[in-house]
Design a protein around this ligand. Structure first.
Ligand code: HMG
Ligand code: MG
Length: 297
């Protein structure tokens, strides 16, 4: 049976905007986050404390979160790669952070200037210090289904990286199909491999990109094997600047439409979400990537 309710983890302000080259003003980012919260999104990832040269769009992270209520009922996580990022995030008052690891050597180098093993050494003090400060830590794993440089990625390799992050003290793993090559059978194989290694589906979230049009099929396959947290981006904004051929995230509206059809609770008001994405697409001067937004606007 499918779950009766799921949590949608909104990544538009971070994963969506990080790929936009024209700098979006702080006011617009704050309004975007506020509108997403008002539309009922239960978690909104807001920005990244990465090196500003690596992601110039999010160089204003401290200014953005200074204008948010970080101890309110809606968790507003921020991305943190290393201790320098953690210092900045704690200084700015973040209460929820997300570290981001790679399942492959090549992407660890391209995205973190690191290796598979060294990324763990980098994350260890981040997780320890965050938890000591009472801050919750989520961990992403990227390139879980395929890598643009290395090709196919072994399921065991993904499980190994994921388990190491949970062992460090992460509370949830987000399994990233960074370049959108995953298919439904592969999703179920990966979830079952985690379970066989002792990691319950309840500690996993799925992070799909719709590059090959498979994101909703993959989300449905994940529901069938007990996944109840899904990352999504309003309007389908997004991509990763350090991953070749990474395009839009699964659009939040597309996910909501499917969940409504299945009678699965999510707490999001579709009409106000669509309105928000239409507004954002005008600000960015581009067509919304979401089919549901285009149909309903
Ligand atoms: P590095 O160049 O190796 O850094 O980059 P370093 O440790 O050698 O330090 C060099 C300088 O940068 C030092 O300054 C540090 O203080 C400074 P200096 O002493 O030379 O004056 N520095 C920082 N400054 C501000 N904030 C920081 C920071 N860290 C060091 N956090 C680093 C290593 C990890 C910093 C870099 O590779 C980086 O910032 N990478 C981020 C890339 C990124 O944001 N990618 C997109 C997000 S991941 C994603 O989208 C995938 C996901 O959505 C899931 C999926 O779809 O798969 C999550
Ligand atoms: Mg992503």
């Amino acid at each position: 049976a499918l779950p009766s309710a799921v949590t949608i983890y909104e990544v538009g302000p971070r994963d969506g905007l990080q790929n936009e080259s024209a700098i979006v003003p702080v006011d617009v980012k704050v309004e975007f986050i506020g509108r997403l919260m008002a539309a009922g999104l239960p978690v909104v990832e807001t920005t990244s404390f990465v090196h500003p040269r690596w992601v110039p769009q999010l160089a204003d992270a401290a200014e953005v979160i200074a204008r948010l209520r970080l101890d309110g009922p809606t968790p507003l996580p921020v991305l943190v790669p290393n201790e320098r990022g953690l210092d900045r995030a704690l200084e700015a008052g973040a209460r929820h952070i997300a570290i981001f690891a790679s399942a492959t050597e090549t992407f660890a180098l391209k995205n973190l200037n690191s290796t598979l093993d060294d990324q763990m050494t980098m994350f260890e003090p981040v997780v320890r210090r965050a938890r000591d400060a009472g801050v919750d830590v989520r961990a992403y794993v990227s390139m879980c289904f395929g890598d643009p440089w290395e090709g196919a990625v072994d399921v065991d390799q993904v499980v190994d990286v994921g388990r190491r992050l949970l062992d460090l003290g992460a509370s949830q793993l987000s399994i990233g199909d960074t370049i959108g090559v995953g298919t439904a059978g592969h999703v179920q194989t990966l979830v079952r491999a985690f379970e066989a290694a002792g990691t319950d589906a309840a500690s996993l979230a799925m992070h799909f990109h719709d590059t090959y049009g498979q994101a909703l099929a993959n989300a449905h396959a994940a529901l069938q094997v007990g996944i109840t947290t899904f990352d999504a981006s309003a309007g389908g904004l997004g991509g990763c600047p350090y991953a070749e051929s990474a395009t839009g995230n699964l659009a939040t509206e597309d996910l909501v439409w499917m969940l409504d059809g299945l009678g699965i609770d999510h707490g999001v008001d579709l009409a106000s979400l669509v309105e928000t994405s239409v507004w954002m697409s005008k600000v960015l001067g581009k067509e919304p990537a979401s089919a549901v937004v285009r149909a309903l606007r």
